[in-house]
Design a binder for this molecule. Structure first.
Ligand code: NAP
Length: 288
């Protein structure tokens, strides 16, 4: 049986990093100095790792990086003040809060509190508007952009294709559905209340899973007649290992192509973040 193409991030990173380095250097020659500030609240071990990965990439691309760590019991007003100060600080060109936040802060609408010009995560409604109206004017959310870049890199034509997405979060599923629609795919967006998900995934050309449930997608979700492409967004800890939402070892033999976890969508999300940081800095035109 033919083995599937493994849609690894490695070759994308190899081609994209030099481009981003050139972009970063070019900004510097124009007197523009990108600076990312990250707010990390509490001590979630996964968040610590994600922030470290982002810091490493910033360093590689000569982007200034500032991490503010706050205790999990921090007072709400202190957080709001810090956000406001970062919104106002002209040296900060990109800013985000690493999710998840502690329960006592969950009621705060963090994504809408950040200055949209500095919103390098691309979650502010002012940025989402560009996806909604198909004009791509704002900073686009990083994971969906990473997935679109993956399709481009591996020359996977999505026009006219039926793509089933499982998961309708504001950071992955919903914006991704709009972005793929803008690229002329036909999208079915599934969620926890969808009846008979397998009947939808079986009919799709491409299946994207973003639900946060280890090994959820099995052979039973796949088509019996055609080989499909599987994109696994999930990042779950299982027996101390990072695993996706797709049961990789079970489905790999039956699909045309599949992303690995780790080494698939995760690093592409970080690359999109780096690109957004450079774009945001350029738009703000901050001088050294
Ligand atoms: P989220 O906000 O928790 O949303 C989960 C979505 O999945 C919801 O829409 C939920 O449906 C749906 N869902 C949950 N269980 C389901 C089931 N059994 N069947 C069908 N739908 C189900 O999740 P998220 O923030 O989008 O993250 C999803 C996963 O992606 C997590 O593992 C996360 O760590 C990972 N992630 C990875 C990256 C990356 O860079 N690779 C980036 C972001 C997130 P309802 O809306 O009906 O509740």
């Amino acid at each position: 049986m033919a083995m599937p193409t493994i849609l690894s991030a490695t070759s994308i990173i190899e081609s994209k990093i030099p481009q981003l380095k050139t972009f970063s250097k070019e900004l510097k020659t124009r007197g523009i100095k990108p600076k990312l500030k990250v707010l990390l609240i509490g001590n979630n071990p996964a968040s610590e790792i994600y922030v470290k990965n982002k810091q490493k990439r910033c360093h590689e691309l000569d982007i200034d990086f500032e991490l503010v760590k706050l205790s999990s019991t921090v007072n709400e007003n202190e957080v709001l003040k810090l956000i406001e100060d970062s919104n106002q600080d002209p040296k900060i060109t990109g800013f985000f809060i690493q999710f998840p936040v502690p329960n006592h802060l969950k009621h705060l609408n963090f994504t809408q509190l950040i200055n949209p010009e500095k919103d390098v995560d691309g979650f502010h409604f002012q940025n989402i508007k560009g996806i909604y109206n198909g004009k791509n004017e704002g900073l686009a959310p990083c994971t969906p952009t990473g997935i679109i870049n993956l399709f481009k890199h591996y020359q996977i034509n999505i026009e006219g294709k039926h793509i089933a997405i499982i998961g309708r979060s504001l950071i992955v599923g919903k914006p991704l559905a709009l972005m793929l629609t803008n690229h002329n795919a036909t999208v079915t967006l599934c969620h926890s209340k969808t009846n008979n998900i397998a009947s939808i995934t079986k009919a799709a050309d491409i299946i994207i899973v973003a639900i946060g449930s280890a090994n959820f997608l099995s052979k039973d979700h796949l088509s019996d007649d055609k080989k499909q492409i599987i994109i696994d967004v999930g990042m779950n800890k299982l027996n101390d290992q990072l695993v996706g939402d797709v049961n990789f070892s079970e489905v790999e033999k039956h699909v045309k192509a599949i992303t690995p976890v780790p080494g698939g969508v995760g690093p592409l999300t970080v690359l999109s973040l780096m690109e957004n940081i450079l774009i945001a800095a350029e738009k703000q035109g901050k001088q050294v």
